[in-house]
Ligand binder design. Structure first.
Ligand SMILES: O=C(O)CCC(=O)C(=O)O
Length: 213
């Protein structure tokens, strides 16, 4: 069971809504099922402290198939290595991330220790993240946003067409991806105009849990 104050993203919005004059107009498509969102998950002070600590981390450009992205990352607990196509051990998750793990636990209904992987993304101006689904070695995904707002874009292929939608991510908010939002939809973030950090936390998929115990 997810914690208090968690809500799915506008699950009941009809695609056809009457406008002021009674005519039907097409509303923005509803965000994907399985996406939950909490505004103000962090206090302003927590955000300030986290941003200060995160700002001093040894970020490295995200590498994919020999290519260095504009986005920079630091991983704790475990990390997925695209070169080796394997989940590898990383530095232990530091205590200062406890409040963020607590948010992930509250949002997802999992214990904080279940979030064994943390990836911190640093988006300088011009950096975004391309279309992807998170690796299948991981199950639930929680993301906490710092400093700048952005939109998380979603798409999934239906036959030959792409169904698309998006969800705003405010600073200090948290989102949870499970179900179709996690498995069926890809997500991406357009290049940022100002610095944004995200702290993303993941649980292991059942298969992986049994191999690592
Ligand atoms: O910055 C975000 O909130 C999205 C991060 C993301 O998609 C990822 O780390 O795979």
């Amino acid at each position: 069971m997810a914690g208090r104050g968690v809500r799915p993203y506008f699950p009941c919005v009809s695609l056809l809504q009457p406008d002021l004059f009674g005519a039907s107009v097409r509303a923005a498509p509803a965000p994907p099922e399985g996406l939950s969102y909490r505004a103000d998950a962090l206090t302003v002070e927590q955000e300030r402290n986290l941003a200060e600590t995160i700002g001093a981390l040894p970020f490295k450009p995200f590498e994919f198939q020999g290519h260095e992205a504009h986005r920079q990352v630091v991983a704790f607990g475990w990390r997925y290595d695209y070169g080796q196509r394997a989940v590898l051990e990383a530095e232990p998750i530091p205590d200062w991330l406890d409040p963020v793990r607590a948010i992930a636990a509250d949002l997802s209904g999992e214990p904080p220790e279940a979030f064994v992987q943390v990836l911190i993304n640093r988006y300088d101006p011009g950096a975004g993240i391309g279309w992807h689904r998170d690796r299948p070695q991981f199950a639930k995904v929680v993301g906490v946003s710092l400093l700048e707002p952005c939109a998380m874009r979603f798409r999934r292929q239906i036959g030959e067409k792409w169904e698309r939608t998006s969800a705003p991510l405010a600073p200090r908010s948290a989102y949870l991806l499970t179900g179709p939002a996690r498995r069926e939809w890809q997500h991406s973030i357009a290049p940022m105009e100002a610095l944004r950090y995200s702290v993303t936390l993941r649980t292991f998929a059942e298969r992986r849990k049994s191999r690592s115990s």
